[in-house]
Design a protein around this ligand. Structure first.
Ligand SMILES: Cc1ncc(COP(=O)(O)O)c(C=O)c1O
Length: 401
């Protein structure tokens, strides 16, 4: 067996199941689950119709590079979304089966397992960064992204000797769980560090299409690179997905784009890894990237939920409206996130995720402790009902701290 497997921590949802084992949810109330970031708005017809129309694609092995048509469509989407003309579909774009798969496998390509490698990423974060680092034989370095840091990663807090061993840095913007968006200065700082120490940057942008203000979409990493005079995106790879944008988490479709000298070895790796996107999924993806109407509609639904819930929860939980994504990252009264989650489940049958499960203890401090993550993925009616129960729970349950 690969001994590195023993270094993997249980997933946050497995820890949630353990926490709630033996706890009975209030049987008089219907269950509402806000713990998982799985979009529940219907997958649009533009995607489902395209799948049905392309079932013939199941009869062939797809090439790892994907079709030219799909890569062209992604290049057009990047041009429209980020104002970036000329991203080369032949050398700078690769379809992948969702960002999870790609973020993980990219680490296996970017890291030299013989070296004393470090992978830098935010804390709290999407747990796959950690697993990808560990299984690539690297050591994780966690960068706090908390209320105390304004929910930004303070890259300057990373010691120089850590940067000098760093081979890969993950960034997530809009972030999970806080929804914070990296600005041009932060990107500039990270690019300068990458130039100095030579590490690759993986920019996870799977929440990029969910944001509050139609006129201000979140800045993307490639866009930041171009603005800062880095037209070929040196050592930079962005990861994008249809899972949240098009309510299609089961489609397993996304793309990576960036530095051609990273795409090439990644493609080579993938010819062995065997994660080529089926032609049926490629057809649906082509249709999805070419349609913005369903994406605008999707954003409007999330906006309506945030509008409704913010005034309901604002005075009982510490919340701020996220810059992107569909989570409230909420500070709980009393500061004990596990106790809060357990009590809410037992008394009100609402499931949310303890923030400490999304973060790691560093120097005796877990920056997710005292927070819970609320995924506003269910219908507006269900989300409002959940907020009503959370409000009542906060108002009626005495806190000891
Ligand atoms: C930050 C982040 N990155 C990546 C993913 C994976 O998304 P997918 O593989 O569906 O594109 C998720 C899923 O919730 C996520 O929260």
């Amino acid at each position: 067996m690969n001994p590195l497997l023993r270094r993997l921590q249980p997933f946050s949802f497995a820890r949630l199941r353990t926490l709630l084992a033996g706890v009975a949810a209030n049987p008089e109330l219907g269950a509402i689950n806000l713990s998982i970031g799985e979009p529940k708005h219907p997958t649009p017809a533009v995607v489902t119709d395209a799948i049905v129309g392309a079932l013939g694609g199941l009869s062939v092995y797809p090439p790892p590079l994907g079709s030219e048509r799909l890569r062209d469509a992604v290049s057009r989407w990047i041009a429209n979304r980020y104002g970036l003309e000329g991203v080369d579909p032949a050398t700078q774009i690769l379809p992948v089966n969702g960002t999870k798969e790609a973020l993980f496998s990219f680490a296996q390509v970017a890291i030299d397992p013989r070296a004393d490698a470090v992978v830098v990423f935010p804390n709290p974060c999407y747990q796959v960064y950690e697993g990808a680092a560990l299984l690539a034989g690297a050591t994780p370095h966690y960068v706090e992204q908390s209320h105390d840091t304004g929910f930004r990663c303070d890259w300057s807090a990373v010691p120089r000797d850590v940067w000098s061993r760093t081979q890969l840095a993950f960034a997530c913007s809009p972030g999970n769980p806080s929804g914070s968006v990296m600005d041009l200065d932060q990107w500039g700082e990270l690019f300068a560090l990458s130039d100095r120490y030579g590490f690759a940057i993986a920019s996870d942008e799977c929440y990029s299409e969910i944001y509050p203000d139609e006129s201000t979409p979140p800045l993307g990493a490639l866009q930041a690179a171009r603005s800062l005079g880095r037209p070929d995106f040196p050592r930079l790879m962005m990861f994008s997905s249809l899972s949240k944008r098009s309510n299609a988490p089961g489609l397993r479709s996304g793309f990576v784009s960036g530095d051609a000298s990273l795409i090439k070895p990644f493609l080579h790796y993938r010819t062995y890894h065997g994660c080529a996107m089926s032609e049926t999924v490629q057809a649906a993806s082509l249709a999805a990237w070419g349609d913005e109407a369903h994406v605008r509609e999707n954003r409007a639904r999330y906006r309506a939920k945030f509008d409704a819930l913010e005034p309901m929860l604002g005075d009982v939980l510490g919340i701020t409206r996220p810059q992107g994504g569909f989570y409230f990252w909420a500070r709980v009264p009393g500061g004990d996130d596990e106790a809060f989650v357990k009590g809410l489940y037992a008394q009100y049958n609402v499931l949310v995720l303890p923030g400490s499960y999304l973060a790691r203890d560093v120097g005796g401090r877990n920056p997710g402790r005292g927070y819970v993550r609320l995924a506003l993925v269910d219908t507006e009616t269900q989300c409002i009902e959940a907020a009503r129960r959370i409000r009542e729970y906060c108002q009626t349950t005495p806190r000891t701290q």
